[in-house]
Design a protein around this ligand. Structure first.
Ligand SMILES: C[S@@+](CC[C@H](N)C(=O)[O-])C[C@H]1O[C@@H](n2cnc3c(N)ncnc32)[C@H](O)[C@@H]1O
Length: 233
C-alpha cells in the first residue's frame, strides 16, 4: 500500500482571501459541485415566482426563510427611495426578481418603475446565470442587470439595497462589502439586510452604527433580524 504523506503547514495569519474561495462554497466564483438543476417556489402575498436553482449556489432546495422574511418586511414599492435598486449577493435571484416584479407591477403606483434598474450582484458565476434566467422567465429580464462586482459601473448610486449578505465570507470581507455598498447608497437611500442572530446580526448592527450609518433593527423573527441602515440625517 502506498504511504500517505502528511505535510504540516502553519495556518495563515489572516483568513483565506475571498477572491478565489474553494469551489465547494456557495460564494465561489466558479462552483465545482456538479450541476443538479432544481426549482423552488416563492409565494408572497403579492408575488409568486418559480425559480431555477442548482447545486453550488446558496439555498438551492428552498428559498431561504431569512430572504423570505426580508421580502415580506420591505415597504411597498411606492415608498422606496428614488433611484436604482440593488440586491447585494443575489444568488439565483429571489430578492432581485421579486423587487423587479414589484417595480414592474402597475398597481405599485411607481410611475417610473420600469425606468429603474435592479442591480443583481454576485461573485458566483453559476448564481448569476440562474438569476439572469429567472429574471427573464419572470418577465423582468429588462429591469434586472446581473453583474459581478467588478462589472459595476463606476459612480453607481442606488436608492434601495435589499440583501441577504454573505456572512460566511468572514467579518473583514463582509465589512468591506457593506462599506462599499453604503458608499453607493444615495443620501436618502435605505439599505435593508437580513442576518441570522447566531451569525452575528447584533455585531453587524453595532459595527454599522460605529461607522456612522444609523442602523436599526426593524424586525426580529425566530433566528432572523432585519436591519435598516441609512446615512446620518
Ligand atoms: C446568503 S447568500 C444570498 C443569496 C440570495 N440573495 C438569496 O437570498 O437567496 C449571499 C450571496 O452573496 C454572494 N457573494 C459573496 N461575496 C460577494 C461579493 N463580494 N459581492 C457580491 N456577492 C457576493 C454569494 O455568492 C451568495 O450568493
Amino acid at each position: 500500500m502506498a504511504k500517505a504523506t502528511v505535510t504540516v503547514v502553519s495556518p495563515p495569519s489572516r483568513p483565506v482571501p475571498p477572491a478565489a474561495p474553494s469551489g465547494g462554497q456557495y460564494f465561489a466564483e466558479r462552483p465545482t459541485a456538479s450541476s443538479r438543476p432544481g426549482r423552488v417556489e416563492l409565494t408572497l402575498p403579492d408575488v409568486h415566482l418559480r425559480l431555477d436553482t442548482d447545486a453550488g449556489v446558496f439555498s438551492p432546495g428552498r428559498v431561504d426563510p431569512g430572504t423570505k422574511l426580508l421580502l415580506a418586511e420591505l415597504p411597498p414599492a411606492t415608498e422606496w427611495p428614488a433611484g436604482d435598486v440593488a440586491d447585494v449577493g443575489c444568488g439565483y435571484g429571489a430578492i432581485a426578481v421579486t423587487l423587479a416584479r414589484r417595480l414592474a407591477d402597475g398597481s405599485s403606483g411607481t410611475a417610473d418603475g420600469r425606468d429603474r434598474t435592479v442591480w443583481a450582484v454576485d461573485v458566483n458565476e453559476r448564481a448569476r446565470d440562474l438569476c439572469r434566467r429567472n429574471a427573464a422567465a419572470s418577465g423582468v429580464g429588462e429591469l434586472v442587470r446581473v453583474v459581478g462586482p467588478e462589472d459595476l459601473p463606476p459612480g453607481l448610486s442606488v436608492g434601495l439595497i435589499a440583501s441577504n449578505p454573505p456572512i460566511r465570507v468572514g467579518k473583514s470581507v463582509l465589512h468591506d462589502l457593506c462599506r462599499s455598498w453604503m458608499e453607493r447608497l444615495g443620501p436618502d437611500g435605505e439599505a435593508w439586510w437580513v442576518v441570522q442572530k447566531h451569525l452575528g446580526s447584533d455585531s453587524l448592527q453595532a459595527w454599522m452604527n460605529a461607522q456612522g450609518w444609523p442602523t436599526e433593527r426593524v424586525r426580529s423573527r425566530q433566528a432572523y433580524r432585519i436591519l435598516r441602515s441609512t446615512h446620518p440625517g
